[in-house]
Design a protein around this ligand. Structure first.
Ligand code: MF3
Ligand code: CO
Ligand code: CO
Length: 268
């Protein structure tokens, strides 16, 4: 039996070979986001970015996990301004002042690398830049809480506390997720919660942390395309995502930027 045969509620504990596989897959996913830094600017379409990402992934001997995933047909999700997540690449040019999340998931040698970052298009207003900073801090606080003996709830509590202390809100409708040989599997990683709730974290667990933080209310709605999730109050939303593995002493981030471009502003 391989872990792809297990049902979706089983939390798989991976071995050293799994860490090796995820290190390579995570690195390639991060390299896609690094490559896109030079291309995100006013006038560029998200469809053009999607094409660049697709070609990059294929040239590296990997495949996109999102093309053909439940009817999705792009290599990227591109979520602009009040779009929370799952924005579909399209022909509309990016505009100066936009903030955009780009989320990529690839499969390399059977292992999934899933990561997203925010990008600034031109010079976004200060409130947008602050939201992006806050959301990155939330991700990293969640990662600090990801260690053996803690529970999934410790991660959610760390994220929620920091977001709400800064008068922002955490989206509840979408969660982080286990991943490995599958794209989405147990455990569910909630980004709001209480220490002690949910499964206990153990070495060998692989999952994403991917908080979505809104300037306004946490409520989401899905547009008629069936994918695009937006804030109901049209407030700005930001997200960052890393794929991680729990180790004996804490966790390993599989999707750190090889070029140090983990958060904006990126050098010109
Ligand atoms: N990469 C997203 C995640 O973090 C999932 C995208 S599914 C898609 O889980 F179909 F919208 F691409
Ligand atoms: Co994910
Ligand atoms: Co993702």
């Amino acid at each position: 039996m391989t872990d792809t045969d297990l049902d979706e509620r089983t939390i798989v504990i991976h071995d050293a070979a799994g860490f090796e596989g995820m290190r390579a897959a995570g690195r390639l996913a991060a390299e896609v986001l690094d490559m896109l830094v030079a291309h995100v600017k006013p006038g560029v379409t998200t469809l053009a970015l999607d094409r660049l990402a697709y070609d990059f992934v294929i040239a590296r001997g990997a495949v996109s996990a999102t093309i053909f995933y439940r009817g999705f047909s792009h290599a990227l999700c591109t979520s602009i301004n009040h779009v929370i997540c799952h924005g579909i690449p399209g022909p509309k040019p990016l505009q100066a002042g936009d903030i955009v999340n780009i989320d990529v998931t690839i499969v390399l040698d059977g292992w999934h690398g899933d990561t997203s970052r925010m990008y600034f298009v031109g010079d976004p207003p200060i409130k947008a830049r602050r939201l992006v900073d806050l959301t990155y801090e939330c991700l990293m606080l969640g990662i600090e809480a990801a260690k053996p003996g803690n529970t999934v709830g410790h991660i959610g509590e760390a994220i929620q506390r920091h977001a709400e202390k800064n008068r922002a809100s955490v989206v509840r409708d979408f969660c982080g997720h286990g991943l490995g040989r599958r794209f989405h599997m147990a455990p569910n990683i909630v980004h709001a919660g209480r220490a002690g709730e949910g499964p206990e974290l153990r070495p060998g667990m692989f999952f994403t942390i991917e908080p979505m933080v809104n300037l306004g209310r946490p409520d989401a709605k899905i547009l008629d395309d069936g994918w695009t999730a937006v804030t109901r109050d049209r407030s700005l939303s930001a997200q960052f995502e890393h794929s991680i593995g729990i180790t004996e002493s804490g966790c390993e981030i599989f999707t750190g930027s090889p070029l140090g471009l983990d958060r904006p502003p990126y050098p010109a």
